[in-house]
Design a protein around this ligand. Structure first.
Ligand code: C2O
Length: 507
């Protein structure tokens, strides 16, 4: 295995990805879009981050990587570190033992939609589908705002917006542009690694006259499954095989179409689609996509993992989260789990684990508004999420891929275990999953990875309005792994923030 090093200087640059508005965006080394991180399974990844934004703290989170034994490298502001202060540096150093398609993004509240989001690909010499394709292509889908996140957030959480209507994106992008062509050779098979890096909108994705064969979701290989249309929520990844036609008489459009059901108001003139083209022949025209009259995407709960891992058939620990949106006394709208809206702590939760000795197993020491759950070793944990809200939400758990045990239809209400729904024998696993409007989901995982891991809606507006829970997995094992081992550059960022750091003194 190799060590792969990236030196990232994070700063403001200008970009105009939809041709409608030039604006400041967060770039790396003076460039935007930001670079793709590429490693091979087993490699050590070192990322040296310098914050040259001047006016904001920042962080980098590596979405979907388990960070086994390296929870302090997870990149989550106020949870596993302090935000990297302007002018300051922070080094991530960890090994990557998972294959597949991931992404990296800022995990400072509200920040990544300003541009700090990029692909992270882990190549796998043992990829079971390797012989099935000739080349790979990375496609990112995302939504885009003309406004700056700091301004949009002020309007979103305010008395002027008591209903909590989320700002609607101004456009959709593929590979951070609206002008993408992908050169294709007849007869070849391509692995398309697709990532939704958006802030809000899920995308319906399809390729005109080409079938997609799903082979990986969120870093977990699948038994191959054919799909005509996908639904990709914010933060989900799907890899598909597409075989090019044998002749090059035409070029073909592919489309990412934002799910407008998510938008409270559809602004006049909004184009929810971004179109790219599979180009067989540059000399031929690029035909526009046909109208689609029904959106019937593939259901990820029907997938089977390639390793056929069986359902965890008993549960040791149930975590029930009842979701609702409501107003607080200040007149603004917030999101709640079990009547608590998440407020991030002053001291990163991981540092509290490290400084409290045997008290770290007591949930009460983590305060009254972090929605914290403390897990013991090797429990089968079941998350039951009841969505008491008419919106769709994509939920993500750090540090794990969970089994997709059950998902209700719309309007099913709270999960009822007595109704004994039947569960898949070999459930698919992934790290981000959609819950339907007023529906519920049931997820299971094993507590085999000590760390402080967030569970949250990946709609960035809902992170800001508090739809976040904290899973404190095996705190005494975290201490055994990390007490006294938090690097000085991590702690220095807390001093610059004026936040006390107890972390290194623990033992
Ligand atoms: Cu994509 Cu909390 O992360």
């Amino acid at each position: 295995a190799a060590t792969v090093t990236y030196d990232f200087d994070v700063s403001w640059v200008y970009a105009n990805p939809d041709g409608l508005q030039n604006r400041p965006v967060i770039g790396i080394n003076g460039q935007w879009p930001i670079p793709t991180i590429r490693v091979t399974k087993g490699d050590r990844l070192v990322v040296n981050v310098k914050n040259s934004l001047g006016n904001q703290t920042t962080s980098l989170h590596f979405h979907g990587l388990y960070m086994n034994g390296t929870n302090h490298m997870d990149g989550v502001d106020a949870v596993t570190q302090c935000g990297i202060a302007p002018g300051s540096t922070f080094t991530h150093n960890f090994t990557v033992d998972q294959p597949g398609t991931y992404w990296y993004h800022s995990h400072v509240r509200g920040q990544y939609p300003d541009g700090l989001r990029g692909p992270l690909i882990v190549e796998d010499p043992d990829d079971p589908h390797k012989d099935l394709y000739d080349e790979e292509i990375v496609l990112t889908f995302s939504d885009w705002y003309h406004g700056m996140m700091t301004d949009l957030l002020k309007g979103f959480i305010s008395v002027a917006n008591p209903s909590g209507a989320e700002p609607v994106p101004d456009s959709a992008l593929v590979n951070e542009t609206q002008n993408l062509t992908v050169k294709i050779e007849p007869g070849k098979t391509y692995l398309f690694r697709m990532i939704n890096m958006g802030a809000f909108a899920a995308h319906y994705v399809w390729f005109e006259d080409h079938t997609m064969q799903i082979v990986e979701v969120d870093g977990v290989y699948t038994e191959p499954a054919d799909a005509d249309m996908l639904y990709m929520t914010a933060a989900q990844r799907v890899s598909v095989l597409i075989t090019a036609k044998n002749d090059s008489n035409s070029n073909f459009a592919f489309v990412g179409s934002m799910d407008q059901d998510l938008f409270d108001v559809i602004p006049e003139g909004l184009n929810p689609n971004v179109t790219g083209w599979l180009v067989y022949d540059d000399a031929k025209e690029k035909p526009p996509p046909k109208e689609v009259d029904s959106f019937e995407p593939f259901d990820d709960f029907t997938l089977v993992p390639e390793d056929k891992e069986e359902l965890y058939d008993h549960v040791d620990h149930t975590v029930q989260l009842d979701l609702k949106m409501d107003n607080l006394n200040d007149g603004a709208n917030y999101a709640f789990f079990n009547d608590i809206t998440y407020v991030h702590p002053k001291v990163p939760t991981l540092y509290t684990v490290l400084s409290t000795g045997s008290n770290a197993t007591n949930p009460a020491i983590y305060g009254s508004n972090t929605n914290q759950f403390v897990l013991k070793a090797n429990e089968v944990v079941e998350i039951i999420l009841n969505n008491d809200d008419p919106g769709k939400h994509p939920f993500h758990l750090h540090g794990h891929a969970f089994q997709l045990v059950h998902r209700s239809e719309d309007e099913a209400g709270f999960y009822d275990s007595n109704a004994a729904p039947s569960f898949p024998a070999t459930p698919m696993r992934r790290d981000t999953v959609l819950v339907h409007p007023n529906g519920n989901i049931v997820l299971r995982f094993r507590s085999d990875n000590p760390g402080v891991w967030l569970f949250h809606c990946h709609i960035e507006w809902h992170v800001a309005s508090g739809l976040v829970a904290t899973i404190i997995e095996r705190p005494l094992d975290i201490q055994a792994q990390l007490a006294g081992k938090i690097p000085q550059d991590h702690l220095d960022n807390c001093k610059l923030d004026g936040v006390p750091t107890a972390g290194n003194a623990a033992g």
